[in-house]
Design a protein around this ligand. Structure first.
Ligand SMILES: Cc1ncc(COP(=O)(O)O)c(C=O)c1O
Length: 391
């Protein structure tokens, strides 16, 4: 089957395993080699083999990953970066100019907020927060003629809010802006924003795409070829590209994304049911809960509800910190999306940079990245961390 057929006709799992690379014609290698090379021999001046001239501009291992990501997101072109934030910065500098305005989610990932608030702001970019779940608030935050991007995460980090991608795309386009969706939490297996009208998908591939907590990376995927050309120019000009080793790790991770995500979701559902009945837990945030305000939209635009669960602990911040400290199978650490379960206190850790702003998170909040260990062990660990008495 040709590469093109893999992209257009095959199921998600088949694309995850085959898209972006065909076995090497010389050796038959079924997995792309790690092309640890900075430059390429030319057949006479300008006689490039396969278009490769210098590895910032293009590298075959990175190209395999970029093709795979484009196929999984049902886009036309993918771009791999050294980190999620490097991808975001390259995107902003491709699409925005000093004086432009951006609407950000009011509970964006802290590092994304910091990028806009401390770095892009100094460069002349203006931003306003709006809850992605509130379409009227997003509409109101738009400055006609100035807003260039409407940026959303769905589900959001760490409160698992849900934005209606199709409706948000309509609002952004009516205002002459583009819709950017950070799809890190859902992964391309659970949600494909480009098929719902989004213009750009952002990933921290550090998370579910890589899936094994062994690489930091980022990606952009687009469907518009003109935008793809501009991004390729800026990716090369800014140079924050994924190296070949890192690209190879993310590509390997993507091959098992579907099976990992299904197990993440299975385990998260068990954890949610357990926490919902626990006397030491005052609130559980998970879009799979029927009373979650975004449940219906999530059910429409996501295959399942993901592996991230947040909850509030009775007794305030110190109790939440104690839970984080006592957990053992859940490792205390930042990041998410790896096979191992992680626990963290967003207020003091991932979201410390938004303290004192509109994006501040509750002090008694704990976030879990539910891994793919044995579910009973995860429940027992949480029960112990919460001080027992759970179901
Ligand atoms: C939703 C989301 N977007 C973007 C990023 C930034 O990605 P990276 O850490 O790979 O730069 C993160 C990191 O945690 C994230 O959670």
């Amino acid at each position: 089957m040709s590469e093109q057929q893999h992209r257009s006709k095959s199921g998600f799992e088949t694309r995850a395993i085959h898209a972006g690379y065909a076995p090497d014609p010389m050796t038959g290698a079924v997995i792309p080699p790690i092309y640890a090379t900075s430059t390429y021999k030319q057949d006479g001046v300008g006689g490039l083999r396969g278009g490769y001239e210098y590895s910032r501009t293009g590298n075959p291992t990175r190209a395999a990953l970029e093709g795979n990501l484009a196929a999984l997101e049902e886009g036309e072109a993918g771009f791999a970066f050294a980190s999620g934030l490097a991808a975001e910065d390259t995107l902003v500098r491709t699409l925005c100019r000093p004086g432009d305005h951006v609407v950000l989610p009011n509970d964006a990932y802290g590092g994304t907020f910091r990028l806009f608030d401390k770095v892009e702001a100094a460069w002349g970019l203006v931003h306003d927060p709006a809850p992605a779940a509130d379409l009227d608030a997003v509409r109101a935050a738009i400055r006609p003629g100035e807003t260039r991007l409407v940026w959303v995460e769905t589900p959001t980090n760490p409160l698992l809010g849900i934005g209606d991608i199709e409706a948000l795309a309509g609002i952004a386009h009516d205002a002459g802006a583009l819709l950017v969706v950070d799809n890190t939490f859902a992964s391309p297996y659970l949600q494909q924003p480009l098929t719902l009208g989004a213009d750009v998908v952002v990933h921290s591939t550090t998370k579910y795409c890589g899936g094994h907590s062994d690489v930091v990376g980022g990606a952009l995927v687009v469907k518009d070829l003109e935008l793809a050309e501009q991004l390729a120019f800026h990716q090369n000009s800014l140079g924050a590209v994924a190296g070949p080793f890192d690209a190879w790790l993310v590509l390997r991770g993507l091959k098992t994304l579907a099976v990992r995500m299904d197990r993440h979701c299975d385990n998260a559902e068990r954890v949610v049911a357990f926490l919902s009945d626990h006397p030491q837990v005052t609130e559980v945030f998970y879009p799979g809960l029927p009373d979650h305000p975004g449940h219906e939209i999530a059910a429409r635009q996501m295959r399942r509800f993901g592996g991230i669960v947040s909850f509030r602990v009775a007794g305030g911040e110190q109790r939440a910190l104690d839970v984080c400290a006592r957990a053992e199978v859940f490792t205390l650490g930042e990041s998410l999306g790896g096979v191992e379960s992680l626990i963290e206190h967003p207020g003091r850790m991932t979201h410390a940079s938004v303290a004192g702003t509109d994006l501040e998170v509750p002090a008694d909040l704990v976030r879990l990245s539910v891994g793919i260990e044995t579910a009973d062990d995860l429940l027992a660990d949480l029960d112990r961390a919460l001080g027992g008495a759970g179901g």
